[in-house]
Ligand binder design. Structure first.
Ligand code: UDP
Ligand code: MG
Length: 340
């Protein structure tokens, strides 16, 4: 098995590719020698990204270039690369060199030293990004961590190093709307942060305009929390409760003889019907939330180790059994090829 795969989703990154190829190749050789593959995924670019990738692949046996049929979006392009790659460890990195490839060796070292399955980059600072982007990202990650049941790390993107068994567990989640950094957090194992300074884009401009960012944020929120649905049902229940008070008021006005003809019956019908409708909506919300959860088709649990029985690994009827160790070379999770 290849020691390391590096997966890069690319959308209109023509201007970055040559530099990317060179710096990633250099960083990988320092870390693992020649035993690596670089998987570039062309996500339906409309510029010359694909021809450039083909040319690079012809000259470099370590390079695998994958061409998607159209633009599938960042998370799916990344998923394609992760699905296709064959490495024992995998590094996820953007094509624009905002995340320095040179951190690969220290991240591998951290993974080995801590016996971790995931080393995720945490942005200490972000260069060359607009104040708007920084502010929205800052707010978004904090809101997300309050709304979700899974502990999704703050200020972490997809830049991360993963063990094969963590990757396999991730690939056992068949859901369509993929928020990969959240899904990785969901699978568990030992995950450690790695602080770094995020650089400016090497070339080109962001492929995440506001629209895509909002879509992404919605996927994150709805994929990992039913808080928005709960909000609707809580409002429904509160309104139903409130209607009891209103009904009492209507009856009081009627008994006091201060109502005009027809007002009491009309008000009662409006309030009671409204309450029943709200209640029905809340009930449906609960069922839709459960349906949605089922539809994601995630394994119900992930087994990290089984002692006393050698069992196969992979998807079981209801869950997922991971390989026994994070690092293949030596059991115990401390194995690591020497850094050349
Ligand atoms: N990307 C992609 N498909 C898309 C949008 C983006 O594959 O539809 C890739 C892009 O080429 C880059 C990564 O996803 O490698 C992150 O995009 P970008 O750097 O533009 O996002 P930002 O860093 O501005 O959030
Ligand atoms: Mg970027």
């Amino acid at each position: 098995m290849t020691a390391l795969s590096i997966v890069v989703p690319c959308f209109n990154e023509e201007a970055c590719l040559a530099e990317l190829h060179q710096r990633l190749g250099g960083a990988a050789r320092i870390a693992v020698g020649e035993d690596f593959e670089l998987v570039l995924v062309n996500d339906g670019s409309s510029d010359g990204s694909w021809p450039v990738m083909q040319r690079l692949a012809e000259a470099d046996p370590n390079l695998v270039a994958v061409n998607l049929s159209r633009n599938h979006g960042h998370q799916l392009a990344l998923t394609a690369g992760l699905d296709i790659c064959g490495g024992d460890k995998v590094l996820i990195i953007d094509a624009d060199l905002q995340d320095p490839p040179e951190l690969l060796a220290p991240m591998l070292a951290a993974m080995a030293a801590e016996g971790a399955d995931v080393v995720y980059g945490v942005r200490r600072s972000r260069e060359g990004e607009t104040a708007f982007k920084r502010a929205t990202a800052h707010g978004f990650y904090r809101m997300l961590s309050r709304a979700t049941e899974v502990d999704i790390p703050l200020d972490a993107g997809d830049f991360r190093l993963m063990s094969r068994r963590a990757l396999n567990a991730l690939l056992a989640m068949p859901e369509q709307a993929r928020f990969i950094r959240g899904m990785v957090a969901w699978i568990g194992f030992r995950q450690i942060p790695f602080s770094y300074d995020r650089k400016e884009r090497f070339a080109g401009e962001t492929k995440y305009p506001l629209g895509k960012m909002v879509r992404f944020a919605l996927d994150a929120l709805t994929g990992f929390s039913s808080a928005p649905l709960k909000l609707a049902s809580h409002a429904g229940l509160a309104l139903s409760a409130g209607s009891v008070v209103i009904v009492l008021y209507i009856l009081y006005v009627w008994l006091a003889g201060r109502s005009i003809q027809g007002w009491t019956s009309l008000m009662l019908v409006v309030v009671v019907l409204g309450a029943i409708q709200m209640f029905a909506l809340a009930l449906m919300g609960e069922y839709i939330g459960r349906l949605y959860n089922e539809a994601k088709g995630r394994p119900l649990y992930i087994v990290q180790d089984i002692a006393g029985r050698t069992a196969g690994t992979g998807r079981t009827r209801l869950g997922y059994v991971a390989e026994a160790t994070a690092n293949k070379d030596k059991p115990g999770g401390k194995g690591q090829r020497p850094i050349a």
